[in-house]
Design a protein around this ligand. Structure first.
Ligand code: C2O
Ligand code: CU
Ligand code: CU
Length: 533
């Protein structure tokens, strides 16, 4: 019984700058006792920086038993963590002893092995919808499987949504790390409850570094700050709530927009900085909320990277739009702001306060004029173009039942079978009223263009009637991506080299409520030999 009002066009609201204030009936109204964050004293907690993981020796990888790789064990656990000085500790599910989890610091080409150990309790504390595919009553309540988002990972270690394990069990994954420097992140991917597990806290950052990046002399060490931002519904007792629909048998809601914006797990934290350049690496870990971040009164940010690493050159930005799962990387120069306090905001929401010292050490870092070449892939290189729709399914009384990819539910046979080491163009035809961040596992891709079209004409006739010319992405989207914003009534085209490994992967919307309710499909990368003859 999800009201259609839950789907009121986000793009239009976003354009009007209203998205972040919006509350959708049924989807976002918290129960009694909701916290009003304005009643808390802001800027009293220091921004937590995630602990850097240490390996515990070497281990052979299962696919190459003669190769010894650094071995990490990371446990998923229930924890109680303070979100704010004046709130009691919040129950969460984290990795080791924190949420967000500890950060991986890795080098390109240096593989690693991670044991993801499920040490969670056997009861879930958030409302499972047993009508969703994969979360039926015969499934254990608590299950987990971890995916490295943005990782070029062999299929067996990619965290396929049906590969979950129950408490007491582990999955041991091999990450070869053969990819460019980038900010990746790891998170739960369990079929049918992934939105709840991540909301409970199961995500963390994973940095890949390489020599190209080293040579740029960007701000590093304590002058590089990772920021994982997300919203959560908090009660006055500090506990989280995951909103439900009015129907207790079908508690799923189409999207959630919560009252508290957290940075690295804190509400209104501050961070002390020196008057010099910093590198800020930001990831949107919300279930559904889009952030549009800015510094102070729209001060200049030098964007240097996006999802899959560095841009060809820095881009001057006043605001940076981040859909769920998108990352941005920017350099900010505090040198003209000695002694000031500068806020990181998302539209009108204040998230983090930078306290700039009056003096500091000499800044020897640089902001080079060029970063890393990103060679544009010619469209003529694509061996195939696939037209794939993003659909909203309705029941007879115009209530939304959910979203789908190409009108095909998850359990249907695989329809997308690209051949390894070929490139394809995917035309994502968004027939819904919502913007969807579409993510493909395994690969990185380039955004070709976006073009608005008549979605009713497409629904009636199956043909594209465009409203205007195709619009190329701005320079801030000219790097490699793994998640792309698909606006409503728009065809978004991406060109994807399928490189790395053959095998079964997934592609999906990264609005977690959509992903959990059929807006996810398997796809299979086919080994070239398998297609011969
Ligand atoms: Cu963040 Cu299926 O991924
Ligand atoms: Cu992914
Ligand atoms: Cu979606």
């Amino acid at each position: 019984m999800i009201s259609r009002r839950g789907f009121l066009g986000r793009a239009g609201l976003l354009a009007a700058g209203l998205t972040l204030e919006r509350t959708a009936p049924g989807a976002t109204v918290p129960a009694q006792g909701a916290l009003d964050p304005r009643t808390l004293t802001p800027w009293v907690d220091a921004l937590p920086l995630p602990e850097v993981l240490r390996n515990s020796g070497l281990r052979a990888s299962s696919d190459k038993p003669d190769v010894q790789l650094p071995f990490y064990r990371v446990a998923m656990r229930e924890i109680h963590q303070k979100v704010h000085r004046d709130l009691p500790p919040t129950r969460m599910w984290g990795f080791n002893n924190s949420s967000p989890g500890p950060i991986f610091e890795t080098r390109s080409g240096e593989g690693l092995i991670v044991e993801w150990a499920n040490e969670l309790p056997t009861k879930h504390f958030l409302p499972i919808d047993h009508t969703l595919h994969g979360a039926e009553l015969d499934k254990p309540e608590v299950r987990s499987v971890v995916h490295l988002h943005g990782g070029r990972t062999p299929a067996a270690s990619d965290g396929y949504p049906e590969d979950w394990v129950v408490p007491g069990k582990s999955l041991v994954y091999h990450y070869p790390n053969r990819q460019d420097a980038a900010l990746l992140f790891y998170h739960d991917h369990t079929m049918g409850i992934n939105r709840l597990n991540i909301y409970a806290g199961m995500q963390g950052l994973f940095v890949v570094r390489d020599e190209v990046e080293d040579r740029l002399n960007l701000p590093a060490g304590k002058y590089e700050i990772p920021l994982l931002l997300y919203d959560r519904f908090l009660h006055t007792d500090g506990q989280m709530e995951y909103p439900v629909s009015p129907d207790p048998k079908v508690p799923w809601v189409p999207e959630i927009y919560s009252n508290a914006m957290l940075a690295n797990g804190k509400l209104f934290p501050y961070v002390d900085v020196e008057p010099r350049r910093y590198r800020l690496r930001v990831m949107n870990g919300s279930n559904a909320r889009f952030f549009r971040i800015s510094m102070g009164s729209l001060l200049e940010m030098h964007q240097i990277g996006s999802d899959q690493g560095l841009l060809p050159a820095p881009v001057s930005m006043k605001r940076i739009l981040l859909a769920p799962a998108e990352r941005t990387d920017f350099v900010f120069d505090f040198s003209a702001h000695a002694g000031e306090k500068i806020l990181l905001q998302s539209d009108s929401f204040q998230i983090l306060q930078f306290r700039v010292a009056t003096s500091g050490t000499t800044d020897t870092s640089s902001l080079p004029q060029t970063l890393r070449p990103v060679v544009r892939i010619a469209e003529s290189q694509a061996v195939k173009t696939r037209r794939l729709t993003l659909d909203e399914t309705m029941n007879g009384v115009q209530e939304s039942m959910g979203m789908m990819l190409n009108k095909t539910p998850w359990h249907m046979p695989v329809t997308e079978k690209p051949v390894l080491n070929t490139s394809e163009i995917w035309e994502l035809v968004n027939l819904t009223e919502d913007a969807h961040p579409i993510h493909l596992h395994l690969v990185r891709f380039q955004v070709l263009d976006r073009r608005t079209m008549d979605k009713f004409h497409y629904q009636d006739k199956g043909e594209l009637r465009f409203y205007g010319p195709a619009v190329a992405p701005g320079p801030d989207e000219m790097g490699w991506k793994d998640t792309v914003r698909c606006e409503p009534g728009t065809v978004t085209r991406i060109i994807v080299p399928f490189e790395g490994y053959a095998g079964r992967y997934v592609w999906h919307c990264h609005i977690l409520e959509h992903e959990d309710n059929e807006m996810m499909r398997p796809y299979e990368v086919i080994a070239p030999s398998a297609t011969q003859g």
